[in-house]
Design a protein around this ligand. Structure first.
Ligand SMILES: [Zn+2]
Length: 465
């Protein structure tokens, strides 16, 4: 790295990220022109083509779509009707909720802990149960996925989960633990209800109400696209580092925060680094690859497909030295990087220190399967994230995802410009670290897989969804 004029490179990258920014244009196209883009939908396919076209226009090397088969799902009408009065309560199905039409007594399980399930006794068997999304406070937190599994084991026929956020908000959520291998079936049909309407349901449940829960849904296979482009390395072109994020959203939201922010940051980092090479002749030493994935909201399927096609047993490429995942960047200023394994901490902190911005490297303790770094981690590839839950001092706007309120305005243009500059500086530095200076990866894919399975049902630190 010694022969490069890093202050001049940093001035170019930060200046181009700021003054040459195309963030508003990308945001508007993805959020307003295309809008919600459920993985595999026509809008999602259009988004992938748009991103590839922009990569092409910005001079990236071999921009391409990598198609995969997505195990998908969609829902139709969903309703909860109180027996007798016919009162209808607004609900939203959990993602991949199976089709259901059941009429049953409604039983309030509070937080849905084992203690509360046992206290309710036989009443749980055959019931529609109500429980809080959030775990019981002051005790070891148990994820809602684990509590739903316990309710199902006690005979509950469906679950209504009461949203923690107030103001009538309801998110699309998942009832599965993504640390389990494959895509597990739902523990039981599950729907979300707002904090306020959930209070009404609990009032009625305490008075012995029964209700009819109906969800129309279907599972199907459909093609979806990942987008991949690169800037070839000048010194070690066969080695690479990758920065990526998912471009799909859930239904009914353009995903300003989740994850137009990360998608646009990938597109912009690619543009800025390509401009550096074109205008100053300074390129990466090892290849930098840029990716945007579909199907993240459906069990990280796009990133799994990419890792399998490129780095699996018959993969086309050797694995990256490092994979950086960008998800939900409406979180205030960039604060650092979270690596998935302790052995990377000192190395990554040393890279960040050369940037002189007080950026911190943290380490994820128990494995975290909530975004696209996980398929890389699971394959034994060193990975990291920039992600809102890992840091304090986040914005209120980063509290929006998986709901209509995650609009284009949730993406903060000026802060995202800063991210783009910082990410470009970091990726270029990583591309120039000689092969012998990287720490040895002591973890195998088999070992990580065993850890992953062992940690199913446990709480992921700093994630409170
Ligand atoms: Zn996301």
């Amino acid at each position: 790295m010694a022969d490069l004029d890093w202050p001049a490179i940093d001035r170019f990258l930060m200046g181009e990220a700021w003054a040459g920014s195309r963030i508003p244009e990308y945001r508007d196209h993805l959020c307003h022109e295309i809008g919600p883009r459920w993985g595999g939908s026509e809008a999602d396919l259009r988004a992938s083509e748009y991103i590839r076209d922009q990569m092409e226009e910005n001079g990236l090397g071999s921009p391409r779509l990598e198609q995969f088969q997505l195990d998908s799902w969609e829902h139709g009408d969903a309703s909860l009707t109180v027996s007798g009065s016919g009162e209808s309560l607004e609900i939203k199905p959990f993602l991949r909720c199976p089709q259901v039409d059941v009429t049953a007594p409604v039983v309030d399980l509070g937080f849905g802990t084992q203690r509360e399930i046992e206290a309710a006794g036989k009443a749980v068997n055959g019931a529609i149960v109500v429980m809080n999304l959030g775990p019981e406070p002051f005790t070891a937190p148990l994820p809602h996925t684990a509590r739903l599994t316990m309710a199902a084991a006690s005979g509950a026929v469906a679950a209504v989960v009461v949203e923690s956020k107030t103001g009538g908000r309801m998110e699309y959520r998942s009832a599965n633990d993504w640390r389990a291998p494959g895509i597990a079936p739902h523990p039981l049909p599950t729907v979300n209800i707002s904090f306020e309407v959930g209070g009404r349901l609990r009032y009625l449940a305490a008075r012995g109400a029964s209700a009819r829960l109906q969800v129309e849904s279907r599972f199907f296979e459909t093609p979806a696209n990942n987008v991949v482009a690169e800037i070839e390395g000048d010194t070690w072109p066969d080695e690479h580092v990758i920065v990526a994020g998912h471009h799909d959203t859930v239904f009914g939201t353009p995903g300003g925060n989740d994850n137009t922010s990360g998608t646009v940051a990938v597109m912009e980092a690619a543009r800025v680094l390509a401009a550096l090479k074109r205008e100053t002749g300074v390129g990466p030493a090892r290849t930098i690859r840029f990716g945007t994935w579909s199907g993240e909201e459906q069990g990280l399927q796009g990133a799994y497909a990419y890792v399998a096609a490129n780095h699996g047993t018959n993969g086309r490429n050797s694995p990256p030295r490092f994979a950086l995942n960008l998800d939900e960047l409406s979180t205030g200023h960039m604060k650092g990087v979270v690596v998935m394994n302790e052995y990377m901490r000192g190395f990554m902190q040393a890279q960040l220190d050369t940037m002189n911005d007080d950026l911190k490297c943290h380490v994820q303790g128990p494995l975290d399967a909530h975004s696209d770094h996980f398929p890389f981690t699971r394959a034994g590839i060193p990975a990291g994230i920039l992600w809102r839950w890992r840091f304090h001092g986040r914005h209120a706007t980063s509290e929006f995802h998986h709901e209509p309120g995650d609009s284009a305005q949730k993406l903060n243009v000026r802060e995202l410009k800063e991210y783009v500059g910082q990410i470009s500086r970091l990726m270029l530095r990583l591309s120039h670290v000689p092969p012998g200076d990287w720490p040895e990866n002591p973890h195998t894919a088999d070992e990580i897989e065993r850890r992953s399975v062992a940690e199913v049902g446990t709480h992921t630190p700093t994630f409170h969804g």
